[in-house]
Design a protein around this ligand. Structure first.
Ligand SMILES: [Zn+2]
Length: 106
């Protein structure tokens, strides 16, 4: 398994940019180290969890790029609408399966 995403010619620039941002935030969160304030620690934890989910989603989308199934819904196998993908390039579910209104339809 290779995790070297840096020079992937299949990687959409937007997806790469999003991954870069996430990895930067992740590194920043990591550097924050032990936090004494409990409320802040919990917020930090939630932020990390959100980042982890987002990163997993991006990585899943990258896997799809490699498989040639990028833009295909994980849930129903239909194409994810272009506006939705442009809004969030790491999307792996169509609007229906994600449970919200497509940007397509206003
Ligand atoms: Zn779907």
């Amino acid at each position: 398994m290779d995790h070297d995403f840096d020079q992937d010619p299949l990687m959409p620039a937007q997806l790469q940019a999003q991954l870069d941002v996430l990895q930067t935030k992740w590194a920043e969160a990591d550097r924050m180290g032990p936090i004494v304030d409990e409320a802040l620690r919990q917020r930090h934890q939630r932020h990390l969890e959100a980042l982890k989910r987002a990163l997993a989603q991006v990585e899943s989308a990258i896997g799809k790029v490699r498989e040639g199934t990028y833009g295909i819904c994980d849930g129903c196998g239909k194409a994810i609408s272009k506006p939705d993908l442009e809004h969030d390039p790491s999307k792996v579910l169509c609007a229906d399966c994600a449970g919200h209104k497509s940007l397509d339809q206003g």
